[in-house]
Design a protein around this ligand. Sequence first.
Ligand code: UDX
Length: 435
Amino acid sequence: MKITVVGTGYVGLVSGVCFSDFGHEVICVDKSAEKIEQLSKGQVPIYEPGLEDVLARNAAAGRLKFSTDLVSAVDGADAVFIAVGTPTRRGDGHADLRYVMAAAEEIGRALTGYTVVVTKSTVPVGTNRKVAEVIRAAVPGARFDIAANPEFLREGAAIEDFMKPDRVVVGVESEKAKAVMAAIYRPLYLRDFPIVYTGLETAEMIKYAANAFLATKISFINEIAALCERAGADVKGVAKGIGLDGRIGSKFLHAGPGYGGSCFPKDTSALARIGQEYGVPQRITETVIAVNDAVRRRMVDKILDLCEGKVAGRKIAVLGVTFKPETDDMREAPSLTIVPALIGARAKVHVVDPHGRREGEALLPGVVWEEDAYTAAQDAEAVVILTEWNQFRALDLKRLAGSMAVPRMADLRNIYDRETVLAAGFTAWDGVGRG
Ligand code: UDX
């Protein structure tokens, strides 16, 4: 198959690279000449484990190309994927479809023969039909079909999620488009990964419902965690005890500082807006969002309580600022509310993150960046674990405690246990939901 991917952001790049690894001929298009030049040299602008290697081997095999020229790239393509951004629109929480519609129109004008135009970007219900209208309006008589093909990639594990998905969702309305999509995903079908074919609106809804449901699990366990602290229960035990029930499932029940990233906050907020628009308020999702906001404030209180209210002028070490490990992504990271709150309380905040500094420097003014956890914690009065990078899971706790002015730990990802931390010489420890 000949595939064109428009937009080389996170989703577009991972999809294009992986499609070429299936053996398809892929051109990734972006308006940014700088980005395309970088990618053509094999340089990946984001940190995603494995991506650079898969890109290199397919580029070397001549199956993967990068270009700024959308018109030539669309010429003769079997399928064109729209993978441009859908940020939350300022003010009203809606997904901003400006880039999707602009891409659709441009693609429409460039179509030569029959092509399936596929939306990969997460878009509100009804958008795929609008994409078709935009193309038809731009080029009456254009030969194309639309397909909705939402992605379910986790950052940090995107290649694996693409190559070994729980399922692939394809919304189509014609047998012809279905055949093209089936040919594209044939390597996964042959390996027994389920491909779910639906209508357009159902595919669009699946994406929002999946992310809102996962976000619900997180907000749910975070509320249970707060209750565990008061009631003397341990949320880790609770999560295990409920998760073994197959109907509940053990994943996404880790209590912590709330969900962040590029998907959950954006998609829950968009779903809430869609619900309001249709006059069917999504009350559970609305509450999930409110709970997630409250969790962050609760984390700040936890740190202040751990420090007995005295943080002004005191050094606090924060380990991890990205929204989760194995990514350099800072979007909606809990650190973006927690760190400024500490600085607002006049704490001297020293931070360390294996990949967060490049983006984080501009986003977290007033902090001191350190190279490792031990220098960050030197003379500090508390160490706060905010992102569960592996290197923070295996700290020499005795060494850490020994170098601190007051050895206290707020373990907001529950990667340690009270006994272990106190045995290493810490005088105070607090986790999330560990009553
Ligand atoms: C998510 C979805 O998993 C993916 O399917 C979708 O397409 C995009 O959004 P991602 O945002 O990369 O992927 O990260 P994920 O690993 O799902 O974590 C999201 C957030 O939830 C993170 O902030 C993480 O720390 C938090 N989380 C996750 C918890 O707080 N507890 C959990 O048990 C799981």
